[in-house]
Design a protein around this ligand. Sequence first.
Ligand code: MTE
Length: 328
Amino acid sequence: MLIRKPSKLDGSDIRPSEITSKANYMNRRQFMEAGLKAGAIAGSAGFAGSALAAVVPEERRGKIPDIVDSEFSTDEAPNSYDDITTYNNFYEFGTGKGDPVRNAQDFEPRPWTITVEGHAAKTGTFDFDDFIKPHTVEERIYRMRCVEAWSMVIPWVGIPLADIIKRLEPTSKARYVAFETLNDRKQMPGLRSRVLDWPYREGLTMEEATNPLTIMAVGLYGETLPNQNGAPLRLVVPWKYGFKGIKSIVKISFVEKQPPTSWNMSAPHEYGFYANVNPEVNHPRWSQARERRIGQGVFAPKQPTLMFNGYEEYVADLYKDLDLRRNY
Ligand code: MTE
């Protein structure tokens, strides 16, 4: 299928909502008005920081209110809702691209808790709604480049991880942030396979975790995050290969040492801790110079992969002293 922009818009002011789910969207004005009210409420409830209180409905495809636009969004046309929700990697539900959408339908992402551990003042177990409430949700339309050499453009709804981290008050001993996915055999049939050492684990340096591009996604196309995309809460780090974007997170730990990460543990010569998108450093079994944009048809030419997935200006500084060939 070809990605088309609606003819009346023809460019920069296109919103993903106008491509697939217009009827489900509030207009911008309503967003802003609701936002001002929510800000007043949040202010009176004594939340520090963000003006809007994040609320994610429990129902599937529930509309998320008070979404704010972001300067970090790309104006490339997003993939369709169908592409993003039917072509997935989520090995807890099977290793085929179509397995997650098939096998995650009975998964229950609510109620949900997130446990925060390690070097921070605010540790403990938080209910999902309380965890996100102090924050503002933003739409972030990001490119996603999978290490398997395909890519998509995805309109996430999320919260800057830097805002969440600030609230949790890590100490100076916290040099890395480690994340874990739920490990529940009753709900996740893929866990019976030994394809990875479960639970799925990922990690970032503190500088990466607090970079303004890094978000915790809670939604897609203005709606609740689908199960197969990592409901209710997943990491999105757009300059890194997609496998860093750990799904259905239940634990966040502030640690001193570089934490073990799933794909690195499984095949250390193929997948590193950093996993920055880099067209010049090939995977041992294939080139990373080009990528296939999902949704453009199998005969569409592959497009060049960009350094740091096109986010170089925001992140190159983080790696100025690092040999990116050794630290792949
Ligand atoms: N998180 C968990 N828990 N399990 C997984 O198998 N796959 C990763 C990442 N997060 C994965 C995961 C990989 S390889 C990719 S490319 C992205 O999720 C895919 O995200 P998407 O299905 O939402 O496009």
